[in-house]
Design a protein around this ligand. Structure first.
Ligand code: ARG
Length: 578
Protein backbone atom coordinates (compact mmCIF):
# COMPACT_ATOMS: atom_id res chain seq x y z
CA UNK A 1 0.00 0.00 0.00
CA UNK A 2 1.24 3.48 -0.81
CA UNK A 3 0.93 5.17 2.56
CA UNK A 4 1.75 8.59 1.23
CA UNK A 5 -1.16 8.35 -1.22
CA UNK A 6 -3.46 7.01 1.45
CA UNK A 7 -2.65 9.88 3.79
CA UNK A 8 -3.05 12.42 1.05
CA UNK A 9 -6.48 11.08 0.15
CA UNK A 10 -7.57 11.28 3.79
CA UNK A 11 -6.33 14.86 4.13
CA UNK A 12 -8.10 15.89 0.95
CA UNK A 13 -11.33 14.50 2.32
CA UNK A 14 -10.71 16.42 5.52
CA UNK A 15 -10.12 19.65 3.60
CA UNK A 16 -13.40 19.16 1.78
CA UNK A 17 -15.14 18.49 5.08
CA UNK A 18 -14.02 21.82 6.50
CA UNK A 19 -15.13 23.57 3.29
CA UNK A 20 -11.66 24.48 2.08
CA UNK A 21 -11.59 25.91 -1.45
CA UNK A 22 -10.97 23.21 -4.05
CA UNK A 23 -7.65 24.72 -5.09
CA UNK A 24 -6.24 24.64 -1.56
CA UNK A 25 -2.80 23.02 -1.81
CA UNK A 26 -2.30 19.70 -0.02
CA UNK A 27 1.43 19.18 0.41
CA UNK A 28 2.39 15.98 2.20
CA UNK A 29 6.04 15.17 2.81
CA UNK A 30 8.18 12.76 4.74
CA UNK A 31 9.18 14.00 8.15
CA UNK A 32 12.81 14.82 8.45
CA UNK A 33 13.29 13.39 11.96
CA UNK A 34 11.73 10.43 13.78
CA UNK A 35 10.49 12.64 16.62
CA UNK A 36 8.28 14.41 14.05
CA UNK A 37 6.65 11.13 13.10
CA UNK A 38 6.86 9.70 9.62
CA UNK A 39 4.93 12.17 7.51
CA UNK A 40 3.97 15.79 7.70
CA UNK A 41 0.95 17.55 6.25
CA UNK A 42 1.76 21.17 5.48
CA UNK A 43 -1.46 22.50 4.02
CA UNK A 44 -2.66 24.56 6.97
CA UNK A 45 -0.48 27.60 6.31
CA UNK A 46 -1.56 28.12 2.71
CA UNK A 47 -5.21 27.52 3.56
CA UNK A 48 -5.04 29.98 6.46
CA UNK A 49 -3.74 32.61 4.08
CA UNK A 50 -6.59 31.93 1.65
CA UNK A 51 -9.18 32.15 4.41
CA UNK A 52 -7.39 34.93 6.28
CA UNK A 53 -7.35 32.92 9.49
CA UNK A 54 -4.68 31.79 11.92
CA UNK A 55 -2.66 28.81 10.63
CA UNK A 56 -2.75 26.98 13.94
CA UNK A 57 -6.53 27.32 14.12
CA UNK A 58 -6.81 25.84 10.66
CA UNK A 59 -4.39 23.06 11.57
CA UNK A 60 -6.58 22.21 14.55
CA UNK A 61 -9.65 22.07 12.35
CA UNK A 62 -7.89 19.75 9.91
CA UNK A 63 -6.70 17.49 12.71
CA UNK A 64 -10.25 17.30 14.06
CA UNK A 65 -11.65 16.49 10.62
CA UNK A 66 -9.09 14.04 9.28
CA UNK A 67 -9.91 10.40 9.74
CA UNK A 68 -6.74 8.51 10.57
CA UNK A 69 -7.66 6.30 13.53
CA UNK A 70 -6.74 3.15 11.65
CA UNK A 71 -3.41 4.54 10.44
CA UNK A 72 -1.87 6.86 13.00
CA UNK A 73 -1.79 6.90 16.78
CA UNK A 74 -0.71 10.49 17.12
CA UNK A 75 -1.20 13.72 15.18
CA UNK A 76 0.51 16.78 16.55
CA UNK A 77 0.64 20.35 15.45
CA UNK A 78 4.08 21.89 15.39
CA UNK A 79 5.56 25.28 14.58
CA UNK A 80 3.34 27.58 12.54
CA UNK A 81 0.90 24.75 11.70
CA UNK A 82 2.71 21.66 10.51
CA UNK A 83 0.78 18.48 11.21
CA UNK A 84 3.06 15.63 12.21
CA UNK A 85 1.73 12.13 11.62
CA UNK A 86 2.92 9.21 13.71
CA UNK A 87 2.00 5.91 12.09
CA UNK A 88 0.66 3.37 14.54
CA UNK A 89 2.38 0.06 15.14
CA UNK A 90 -0.90 -1.74 14.58
CA UNK A 91 -1.23 -0.26 11.11
CA UNK A 92 2.40 -0.96 10.24
CA UNK A 93 2.18 -4.54 11.45
CA UNK A 94 -0.65 -5.18 9.01
CA UNK A 95 1.46 -4.10 6.04
CA UNK A 96 4.37 -6.48 6.62
CA UNK A 97 2.95 -9.97 5.97
CA UNK A 98 2.41 -9.25 2.27
CA UNK A 99 6.12 -8.54 1.95
CA UNK A 100 7.39 -11.73 3.53
CA UNK A 101 7.43 -14.05 0.55
CA UNK A 102 5.51 -12.46 -2.30
CA UNK A 103 7.76 -11.85 -5.33
CA UNK A 104 5.71 -8.74 -5.86
CA UNK A 105 6.10 -7.56 -2.28
CA UNK A 106 2.38 -7.10 -2.00
CA UNK A 107 2.44 -4.13 -4.33
CA UNK A 108 -0.56 -3.26 -6.42
CA UNK A 109 0.08 -2.69 -10.13
CA UNK A 110 -0.16 0.80 -11.55
CA UNK A 111 -2.35 1.66 -14.51
CA UNK A 112 -0.61 0.15 -17.50
CA UNK A 113 1.26 2.43 -19.88
CA UNK A 114 3.24 1.59 -22.98
CA UNK A 115 6.77 2.78 -22.35
CA UNK A 116 9.40 2.74 -25.06
CA UNK A 117 12.90 2.70 -23.61
CA UNK A 118 15.88 3.49 -25.83
CA UNK A 119 19.02 2.39 -24.03
CA UNK A 120 22.49 0.94 -24.50
CA UNK A 121 22.46 1.91 -28.20
CA UNK A 122 26.19 1.48 -28.93
CA UNK A 123 27.82 2.34 -32.21
CA UNK A 124 28.62 -0.88 -33.97
CA UNK A 125 31.64 0.45 -35.82
CA UNK A 126 33.48 0.42 -32.52
CA UNK A 127 33.78 -1.47 -29.30
CA UNK A 128 31.21 -0.59 -26.61
CA UNK A 129 32.72 1.93 -24.23
CA UNK A 130 32.02 3.14 -20.72
CA UNK A 131 29.38 5.67 -21.83
CA UNK A 132 27.35 2.77 -23.13
CA UNK A 133 27.95 0.94 -19.89
CA UNK A 134 26.06 3.67 -18.05
CA UNK A 135 23.24 3.75 -20.58
CA UNK A 136 22.94 -0.04 -20.48
CA UNK A 137 22.93 -0.42 -16.72
CA UNK A 138 20.71 2.53 -15.87
CA UNK A 139 18.29 1.85 -18.69
CA UNK A 140 17.97 -1.79 -17.75
CA UNK A 141 17.21 -1.00 -14.11
CA UNK A 142 14.49 1.43 -15.13
CA UNK A 143 13.05 -1.13 -17.54
CA UNK A 144 12.86 -3.74 -14.79
CA UNK A 145 11.13 -1.33 -12.43
CA UNK A 146 8.59 -0.30 -15.07
CA UNK A 147 7.77 -3.93 -15.82
CA UNK A 148 7.52 -4.71 -12.12
CA UNK A 149 4.86 -2.00 -11.87
CA UNK A 150 2.92 -3.65 -14.68
CA UNK A 151 3.76 -1.34 -17.56
CA UNK A 152 4.26 -2.63 -21.07
CA UNK A 153 7.89 -1.90 -21.88
CA UNK A 154 9.25 -1.93 -25.42
CA UNK A 155 13.04 -2.00 -25.43
CA UNK A 156 14.71 -0.24 -28.33
CA UNK A 157 18.42 -0.72 -28.82
CA UNK A 158 19.01 2.18 -31.21
CA UNK A 159 22.37 0.89 -32.39
CA UNK A 160 24.56 3.03 -34.61
CA UNK A 161 24.77 0.63 -37.53
CA UNK A 162 24.78 3.06 -40.42
CA UNK A 163 26.68 6.07 -41.70
CA UNK A 164 29.63 7.04 -43.79
CA UNK A 165 32.24 5.46 -41.52
CA UNK A 166 30.95 2.09 -42.69
CA UNK A 167 32.35 2.75 -46.17
CA UNK A 168 35.89 2.62 -44.86
CA UNK A 169 35.17 -0.36 -42.64
CA UNK A 170 33.53 -2.40 -45.36
CA UNK A 171 36.32 -1.70 -47.85
CA UNK A 172 38.80 -2.93 -45.26
CA UNK A 173 36.69 -5.96 -44.39
CA UNK A 174 36.26 -6.97 -47.99
CA UNK A 175 40.06 -7.01 -48.38
CA UNK A 176 40.44 -9.16 -45.29
CA UNK A 177 37.85 -11.64 -46.48
CA UNK A 178 39.52 -11.73 -49.91
CA UNK A 179 42.69 -12.72 -48.06
CA UNK A 180 40.83 -15.73 -46.63
CA UNK A 181 40.22 -14.33 -43.17
CA UNK A 182 36.85 -15.06 -41.57
CA UNK A 183 34.76 -12.15 -40.37
CA UNK A 184 34.73 -13.28 -36.72
CA UNK A 185 38.52 -13.22 -36.51
CA UNK A 186 38.98 -10.08 -38.55
CA UNK A 187 36.55 -8.28 -36.29
CA UNK A 188 37.71 -9.85 -33.06
CA UNK A 189 38.90 -6.48 -31.80
CA UNK A 190 36.72 -3.78 -33.34
CA UNK A 191 38.80 -0.94 -31.95
CA UNK A 192 41.88 -2.34 -33.62
CA UNK A 193 40.01 -3.00 -36.85
CA UNK A 194 38.72 0.57 -36.89
CA UNK A 195 42.23 1.96 -36.41
CA UNK A 196 43.64 -0.16 -39.23
CA UNK A 197 40.91 1.00 -41.58
CA UNK A 198 41.45 4.62 -40.58
CA UNK A 199 45.19 4.43 -41.23
CA UNK A 200 44.54 3.00 -44.69
CA UNK A 201 41.92 5.69 -45.31
CA UNK A 202 44.36 8.46 -44.41
CA UNK A 203 47.50 7.04 -45.99
CA UNK A 204 46.89 4.42 -48.66
CA UNK A 205 46.54 5.51 -52.27
CA UNK A 206 43.09 4.87 -53.67
CA UNK A 207 41.63 3.44 -50.45
CA UNK A 208 39.64 6.54 -49.58
CA UNK A 209 38.02 6.43 -52.99
CA UNK A 210 37.06 2.82 -52.54
CA UNK A 211 35.63 3.65 -49.13
CA UNK A 212 33.47 6.33 -50.72
CA UNK A 213 32.31 3.90 -53.36
CA UNK A 214 31.23 1.58 -50.58
CA UNK A 215 29.19 4.34 -49.02
CA UNK A 216 27.36 4.82 -52.29
CA UNK A 217 26.84 1.06 -52.71
CA UNK A 218 25.57 0.80 -49.17
CA UNK A 219 23.12 3.63 -49.66
CA UNK A 220 21.79 2.17 -52.88
CA UNK A 221 21.43 -1.22 -51.20
CA UNK A 222 23.78 -3.02 -53.59
CA UNK A 223 23.50 -6.69 -52.81
CA UNK A 224 27.10 -7.74 -52.24
CA UNK A 225 27.76 -4.70 -50.15
CA UNK A 226 24.69 -5.38 -48.02
CA UNK A 227 25.87 -8.93 -47.37
CA UNK A 228 29.21 -7.61 -46.25
CA UNK A 229 27.53 -5.01 -44.06
CA UNK A 230 25.27 -7.66 -42.52
CA UNK A 231 28.34 -9.76 -41.67
CA UNK A 232 29.95 -6.81 -39.99
CA UNK A 233 26.81 -5.99 -38.03
CA UNK A 234 26.29 -9.58 -36.91
CA UNK A 235 29.76 -9.91 -35.46
CA UNK A 236 29.51 -6.54 -33.81
CA UNK A 237 26.11 -7.27 -32.26
CA UNK A 238 27.54 -10.53 -30.95
CA UNK A 239 30.22 -8.47 -29.15
CA UNK A 240 27.50 -6.41 -27.48
CA UNK A 241 25.55 -9.51 -26.55
CA UNK A 242 28.58 -10.89 -24.82
CA UNK A 243 28.71 -7.76 -22.68
CA UNK A 244 24.95 -7.93 -21.97
CA UNK A 245 25.28 -11.51 -20.79
CA UNK A 246 28.18 -10.70 -18.52
CA UNK A 247 26.24 -7.75 -17.14
CA UNK A 248 23.03 -9.67 -16.52
CA UNK A 249 21.13 -7.21 -18.66
CA UNK A 250 17.79 -8.10 -20.27
CA UNK A 251 18.61 -6.80 -23.77
CA UNK A 252 18.35 -9.38 -26.52
CA UNK A 253 18.89 -9.32 -30.25
CA UNK A 254 15.18 -8.87 -30.88
CA UNK A 255 15.40 -5.47 -29.17
CA UNK A 256 17.84 -4.15 -31.75
CA UNK A 257 16.22 -1.39 -33.75
CA UNK A 258 19.29 0.21 -35.26
CA UNK A 259 19.56 3.43 -37.20
CA UNK A 260 19.49 1.48 -40.46
CA UNK A 261 15.95 0.33 -39.74
CA UNK A 262 14.77 3.89 -40.33
CA UNK A 263 16.38 4.31 -43.77
CA UNK A 264 13.13 3.81 -45.70
CA UNK A 265 11.45 6.58 -43.67
CA UNK A 266 14.06 9.31 -43.99
CA UNK A 267 13.06 10.71 -47.37
CA UNK A 268 9.48 11.01 -46.11
CA UNK A 269 10.63 12.86 -43.02
CA UNK A 270 12.36 15.47 -45.18
CA UNK A 271 9.43 15.80 -47.58
CA UNK A 272 7.04 16.31 -44.71
CA UNK A 273 9.28 18.96 -43.11
CA UNK A 274 9.63 20.77 -46.42
CA UNK A 275 5.94 20.64 -47.26
CA UNK A 276 5.02 22.05 -43.89
CA UNK A 277 7.54 24.83 -44.41
CA UNK A 278 9.43 23.72 -41.32
CA UNK A 279 12.67 22.86 -43.12
CA UNK A 280 14.17 25.30 -45.60
CA UNK A 281 17.12 25.12 -47.95
CA UNK A 282 20.28 26.73 -46.69
CA UNK A 283 23.48 26.45 -48.75
CA UNK A 284 22.18 23.27 -50.34
CA UNK A 285 21.27 21.63 -47.03
CA UNK A 286 17.83 21.23 -45.48
CA UNK A 287 17.71 23.08 -42.20
CA UNK A 288 15.13 23.83 -39.52
CA UNK A 289 15.68 27.19 -37.84
CA UNK A 290 14.41 26.87 -34.32
CA UNK A 291 12.96 30.19 -33.20
CA UNK A 292 12.37 28.89 -29.69
CA UNK A 293 16.12 28.57 -29.28
CA UNK A 294 18.00 31.73 -30.10
CA UNK A 295 21.60 32.61 -29.34
CA UNK A 296 22.77 35.89 -27.80
CA UNK A 297 22.55 37.71 -31.13
CA UNK A 298 19.00 36.48 -31.59
CA UNK A 299 19.93 33.97 -34.28
CA UNK A 300 17.74 30.85 -34.15
CA UNK A 301 19.47 27.49 -33.69
CA UNK A 302 20.08 25.67 -36.98
CA UNK A 303 19.04 22.03 -36.92
CA UNK A 304 20.28 20.26 -40.03
CA UNK A 305 18.13 17.40 -41.29
CA UNK A 306 19.76 16.75 -44.67
CA UNK A 307 23.29 17.50 -45.82
CA UNK A 308 23.98 19.37 -49.04
CA UNK A 309 24.98 16.14 -50.79
CA UNK A 310 21.60 14.63 -49.88
CA UNK A 311 22.91 12.55 -46.95
CA UNK A 312 20.82 12.14 -43.82
CA UNK A 313 21.96 12.66 -40.26
CA UNK A 314 21.62 11.34 -36.72
CA UNK A 315 18.87 13.94 -36.28
CA UNK A 316 16.87 12.73 -39.29
CA UNK A 317 16.88 9.21 -37.89
CA UNK A 318 15.76 10.42 -34.49
CA UNK A 319 12.81 12.22 -36.04
CA UNK A 320 11.81 9.01 -37.80
CA UNK A 321 12.26 7.09 -34.54
CA UNK A 322 10.06 9.56 -32.70
CA UNK A 323 7.30 8.99 -35.24
CA UNK A 324 7.63 5.23 -35.15
CA UNK A 325 7.51 5.08 -31.38
CA UNK A 326 4.61 7.43 -30.96
CA UNK A 327 2.37 6.20 -33.79
CA UNK A 328 3.39 2.63 -34.59
CA UNK A 329 4.32 1.52 -31.09
CA UNK A 330 1.66 3.75 -29.51
CA UNK A 331 4.03 4.85 -26.77
CA UNK A 332 2.65 6.77 -23.83
CA UNK A 333 6.16 7.49 -22.67
CA UNK A 334 9.38 7.58 -24.66
CA UNK A 335 12.59 7.41 -22.62
CA UNK A 336 16.07 7.81 -24.09
CA UNK A 337 19.24 7.20 -22.09
CA UNK A 338 22.38 8.88 -23.36
CA UNK A 339 25.12 10.98 -21.85
CA UNK A 340 24.36 14.58 -21.04
CA UNK A 341 26.33 15.91 -24.00
CA UNK A 342 23.41 14.99 -26.24
CA UNK A 343 20.88 17.02 -24.24
CA UNK A 344 20.73 19.84 -26.79
CA UNK A 345 20.19 17.41 -29.65
CA UNK A 346 17.17 15.83 -27.97
CA UNK A 347 15.73 19.16 -26.92
CA UNK A 348 15.87 20.35 -30.52
CA UNK A 349 14.58 17.05 -31.85
CA UNK A 350 11.57 17.29 -29.58
CA UNK A 351 10.74 20.85 -30.66
CA UNK A 352 11.11 20.07 -34.36
CA UNK A 353 9.38 16.69 -34.18
CA UNK A 354 6.38 17.96 -32.27
CA UNK A 355 5.98 20.92 -34.58
CA UNK A 356 6.01 18.55 -37.55
CA UNK A 357 3.44 16.25 -35.98
CA UNK A 358 5.87 13.34 -35.67
CA UNK A 359 4.59 12.65 -32.19
CA UNK A 360 1.12 12.39 -30.75
CA UNK A 361 0.86 15.24 -28.24
CA UNK A 362 0.22 12.77 -25.42
CA UNK A 363 3.43 10.80 -25.99
CA UNK A 364 6.19 12.08 -23.72
CA UNK A 365 9.72 12.60 -25.01
CA UNK A 366 12.00 12.15 -22.03
CA UNK A 367 15.71 12.41 -22.59
CA UNK A 368 17.33 10.92 -19.47
CA UNK A 369 20.87 12.24 -19.48
CA UNK A 370 23.71 10.92 -17.37
CA UNK A 371 27.08 12.29 -16.37
CA UNK A 372 30.49 10.96 -17.25
CA UNK A 373 32.44 8.17 -15.68
CA UNK A 374 35.76 9.63 -14.59
CA UNK A 375 39.12 8.11 -13.73
CA UNK A 376 40.83 8.79 -10.38
CA UNK A 377 42.51 11.79 -12.04
CA UNK A 378 39.09 13.36 -12.53
CA UNK A 379 39.37 13.06 -16.31
CA UNK A 380 37.21 10.85 -18.54
CA UNK A 381 37.88 7.21 -17.77
CA UNK A 382 40.64 5.81 -20.03
CA UNK A 383 43.28 3.10 -19.99
CA UNK A 384 46.69 4.04 -18.62
CA UNK A 385 47.89 4.67 -22.15
CA UNK A 386 44.93 6.89 -22.88
CA UNK A 387 42.93 4.40 -24.96
CA UNK A 388 39.27 3.60 -24.54
CA UNK A 389 38.53 0.83 -22.11
CA UNK A 390 36.98 -2.28 -23.55
CA UNK A 391 33.90 -3.04 -21.51
CA UNK A 392 34.35 -6.78 -21.64
CA UNK A 393 37.85 -6.41 -20.13
CA UNK A 394 36.60 -4.10 -17.42
CA UNK A 395 33.99 -6.64 -16.35
CA UNK A 396 36.53 -9.45 -16.33
CA UNK A 397 38.74 -7.37 -14.09
CA UNK A 398 35.83 -6.77 -11.71
CA UNK A 399 35.29 -10.50 -11.33
CA UNK A 400 39.01 -11.16 -10.82
CA UNK A 401 39.26 -8.52 -8.13
CA UNK A 402 36.17 -9.83 -6.39
CA UNK A 403 37.59 -13.33 -6.44
CA UNK A 404 40.72 -12.19 -4.60
CA UNK A 405 38.61 -10.49 -1.95
CA UNK A 406 36.34 -13.50 -1.52
CA UNK A 407 39.32 -15.83 -1.19
CA UNK A 408 40.56 -13.69 1.72
CA UNK A 409 37.19 -13.57 3.47
CA UNK A 410 35.41 -16.84 3.01
CA UNK A 411 37.27 -20.07 3.41
CA UNK A 412 34.40 -22.55 3.51
CA UNK A 413 33.40 -22.11 -0.12
CA UNK A 414 34.21 -24.68 -2.76
CA UNK A 415 36.21 -23.57 -5.78
CA UNK A 416 33.05 -23.53 -7.86
CA UNK A 417 31.05 -21.58 -5.29
CA UNK A 418 33.84 -19.06 -5.02
CA UNK A 419 33.78 -18.47 -8.77
CA UNK A 420 30.04 -17.97 -8.68
CA UNK A 421 30.24 -15.56 -5.73
CA UNK A 422 33.05 -13.63 -7.43
CA UNK A 423 31.02 -13.17 -10.58
CA UNK A 424 27.92 -12.00 -8.73
CA UNK A 425 29.83 -9.69 -6.39
CA UNK A 426 32.17 -8.29 -9.06
CA UNK A 427 29.49 -7.51 -11.62
CA UNK A 428 27.11 -6.36 -8.91
CA UNK A 429 29.76 -3.93 -7.62
CA UNK A 430 30.31 -2.31 -11.02
CA UNK A 431 26.60 -1.98 -11.67
CA UNK A 432 25.71 -0.73 -8.24
CA UNK A 433 28.52 1.85 -8.18
CA UNK A 434 26.96 3.34 -11.27
CA UNK A 435 23.32 3.02 -10.28
CA UNK A 436 23.73 4.42 -6.80
CA UNK A 437 25.00 7.79 -8.03
CA UNK A 438 22.59 10.48 -9.00
CA UNK A 439 22.31 9.85 -12.72
CA UNK A 440 23.05 13.37 -13.88
CA UNK A 441 26.34 13.90 -12.07
CA UNK A 442 29.77 12.71 -13.15
CA UNK A 443 31.29 10.04 -10.94
CA UNK A 444 34.74 8.69 -10.25
CA UNK A 445 35.26 5.03 -11.01
CA UNK A 446 37.08 3.47 -8.08
CA UNK A 447 37.65 -0.26 -7.64
CA UNK A 448 38.32 -0.10 -3.90
CA UNK A 449 35.16 1.79 -2.95
CA UNK A 450 32.84 -0.19 -5.19
CA UNK A 451 34.16 -3.52 -3.93
CA UNK A 452 34.10 -2.51 -0.28
CA UNK A 453 31.91 -4.50 2.10
CA UNK A 454 31.12 -1.29 3.93
CA UNK A 455 29.08 1.69 2.83
CA UNK A 456 26.53 2.05 0.07
CA UNK A 457 27.88 -0.73 -2.16
CA UNK A 458 26.64 -3.93 -3.75
CA UNK A 459 28.89 -6.16 -1.62
CA UNK A 460 27.49 -4.56 1.54
CA UNK A 461 23.91 -5.18 0.46
CA UNK A 462 24.59 -8.66 -0.86
CA UNK A 463 26.33 -9.51 2.39
CA UNK A 464 23.46 -8.01 4.40
CA UNK A 465 21.10 -10.27 2.49
CA UNK A 466 23.11 -13.43 3.21
CA UNK A 467 23.30 -12.41 6.85
CA UNK A 468 19.53 -12.19 7.09
CA UNK A 469 18.95 -15.52 5.38
CA UNK A 470 21.55 -17.15 7.59
CA UNK A 471 19.22 -16.40 10.52
CA UNK A 472 16.62 -18.70 9.00
CA UNK A 473 19.20 -21.39 8.42
CA UNK A 474 20.28 -21.18 12.04
CA UNK A 475 16.70 -21.14 13.26
CA UNK A 476 15.84 -24.03 11.00
CA UNK A 477 12.79 -22.28 9.56
CA UNK A 478 11.64 -21.69 6.03
CA UNK A 479 11.06 -17.96 5.68
CA UNK A 480 8.31 -18.42 3.11
CA UNK A 481 6.21 -20.49 5.48
CA UNK A 482 6.23 -17.94 8.30
CA UNK A 483 2.81 -16.70 9.25
CA UNK A 484 2.80 -15.01 12.60
CA UNK A 485 1.24 -12.01 14.23
CA UNK A 486 3.60 -9.04 14.15
CA UNK A 487 4.03 -6.91 17.19
CA UNK A 488 6.32 -3.91 17.09
CA UNK A 489 7.62 -2.96 20.51
CA UNK A 490 11.08 -1.48 20.21
CA UNK A 491 11.88 1.74 18.39
CA UNK A 492 14.13 -0.24 16.02
CA UNK A 493 11.25 -2.51 15.11
CA UNK A 494 9.05 0.46 14.38
CA UNK A 495 11.72 2.13 12.27
CA UNK A 496 12.37 -1.03 10.28
CA UNK A 497 8.65 -1.57 9.65
CA UNK A 498 8.23 2.03 8.47
CA UNK A 499 11.11 1.64 6.04
CA UNK A 500 9.72 -1.60 4.69
CA UNK A 501 6.41 0.04 3.86
CA UNK A 502 8.18 2.82 1.99
CA UNK A 503 9.58 0.65 -0.78
CA UNK A 504 6.59 1.48 -2.94
CA UNK A 505 7.41 5.19 -2.73
CA UNK A 506 10.99 4.58 -3.81
CA UNK A 507 9.91 2.44 -6.73
CA UNK A 508 7.32 4.93 -7.89
CA UNK A 509 9.97 7.63 -7.94
CA UNK A 510 12.30 5.45 -10.01
CA UNK A 511 9.46 4.87 -12.46
CA UNK A 512 8.46 8.50 -12.73
CA UNK A 513 11.92 10.04 -12.81
CA UNK A 514 14.10 7.26 -14.22
CA UNK A 515 16.43 7.53 -11.23
CA UNK A 516 17.53 4.11 -9.95
CA UNK A 517 19.71 5.72 -7.28
CA UNK A 518 16.55 6.36 -5.28
CA UNK A 519 16.05 2.61 -4.99
CA UNK A 520 19.73 2.12 -4.09
CA UNK A 521 19.50 4.65 -1.29
CA UNK A 522 16.33 2.98 -0.07
CA UNK A 523 17.93 -0.48 0.03
CA UNK A 524 21.01 0.83 1.77
CA UNK A 525 18.90 2.52 4.44
CA UNK A 526 16.82 -0.61 4.81
CA UNK A 527 19.90 -2.78 5.30
CA UNK A 528 21.32 -0.34 7.83
CA UNK A 529 18.06 -0.23 9.79
CA UNK A 530 17.99 -4.00 9.78
CA UNK A 531 21.48 -4.11 11.29
CA UNK A 532 20.40 -1.77 14.12
CA UNK A 533 17.26 -3.81 14.66
CA UNK A 534 19.22 -7.04 14.77
CA UNK A 535 21.61 -5.64 17.35
CA UNK A 536 18.86 -4.30 19.58
CA UNK A 537 16.29 -7.03 19.12
CA UNK A 538 17.67 -10.54 19.49
CA UNK A 539 15.86 -13.21 17.52
CA UNK A 540 17.59 -16.45 18.30
CA UNK A 541 18.51 -15.77 21.93
CA UNK A 542 17.77 -18.82 24.07
CA UNK A 543 14.64 -18.41 26.15
CA UNK A 544 13.16 -15.69 23.97
CA UNK A 545 9.37 -15.53 23.97
CA UNK A 546 8.15 -17.64 21.03
CA UNK A 547 5.62 -15.15 19.65
CA UNK A 548 8.19 -12.36 19.82
CA UNK A 549 10.67 -14.58 18.01
CA UNK A 550 8.13 -15.33 15.29
CA UNK A 551 7.26 -11.67 14.92
CA UNK A 552 10.90 -10.74 14.53
CA UNK A 553 11.47 -13.55 12.08
CA UNK A 554 8.65 -12.06 10.02
CA UNK A 555 10.42 -8.70 9.99
CA UNK A 556 13.65 -10.39 8.99
CA UNK A 557 11.92 -12.32 6.21
CA UNK A 558 10.25 -9.20 4.85
CA UNK A 559 13.65 -7.48 4.86
CA UNK A 560 15.34 -10.37 3.06
CA UNK A 561 12.62 -10.52 0.45
CA UNK A 562 12.72 -6.77 -0.10
CA UNK A 563 16.51 -6.77 -0.46
CA UNK A 564 16.37 -9.63 -2.93
CA UNK A 565 13.55 -8.24 -5.04
CA UNK A 566 14.96 -4.70 -4.82
CA UNK A 567 18.44 -5.72 -5.91
CA UNK A 568 16.82 -7.82 -8.62
CA UNK A 569 15.13 -4.70 -9.94
CA UNK A 570 18.56 -3.16 -10.24
CA UNK A 571 19.71 -6.21 -12.16
CA UNK A 572 21.88 -7.36 -9.26
CA UNK A 573 21.86 -10.94 -8.03
CA UNK A 574 21.90 -12.10 -4.43
CA UNK A 575 23.49 -15.14 -2.80
CA UNK A 576 22.29 -17.45 -0.08
CA UNK A 577 25.87 -17.89 1.09
CA UNK A 578 29.08 -15.94 0.55
N1 ARG B 1 24.45 5.57 -30.72
C1 ARG B 1 24.36 6.76 -29.96
C2 ARG B 1 25.67 7.01 -29.24
O1 ARG B 1 26.44 6.12 -29.03
C3 ARG B 1 23.25 6.71 -28.93
C4 ARG B 1 21.87 6.60 -29.51
C5 ARG B 1 20.82 7.00 -28.54
N2 ARG B 1 19.51 6.96 -29.07
C6 ARG B 1 18.98 7.78 -30.00
N3 ARG B 1 17.76 7.60 -30.35
N4 ARG B 1 19.68 8.76 -30.51
O2 ARG B 1 25.92 8.13 -28.84
Amino acid sequence: MNIQELLLARFKTALAAIDAPENAPAPLTRSTRPEFGEYQFNGAMALAKMLKQKPRDIAEKIVAAVELDDVADKLEIAGPGFINIHLSNGFLAKQIPAMVSDAHLGMEKEAQQTVVVDYSSPNLAKEMHVGHLRSTIIGDAVVRVLEFLGHKVIRQNHMGDWGTQFGMLLAHLSDKLAAQEVAETALEDLEHFYREAKVRFDEEDGFADRAREYVVKLQSGEEQCMTLWQQFIDVSIAHSEEVYNKLNVTLKREHVMGESAYNPELAGVITSLKEQGIAVEDQGAQVVFIDEMKDKEGKPAAYIVQKSGGGYLYATTDLAAMKYRSFDLQADRNLIFTDARQALHFKQTEIVGRKAGFSRPETTYEHCPFGMMLGSDGKPFKTRTGGTIKLADLLDEAVERAEKLIAERSTDLSEEERKQVARIVGIGAVKYADLSKNRTTDYVFNWDTMLSFEGNTAPYLQYAYTRVVSIFRKAGVDAASLNAEISLQEAQEHALAVKLTQLVEAINTVSAEATPHVLCTYLYELASLFMSFYEACPILKPGIDESLKQSRLMLAAATANTLKVGLGLLGIETLEKM
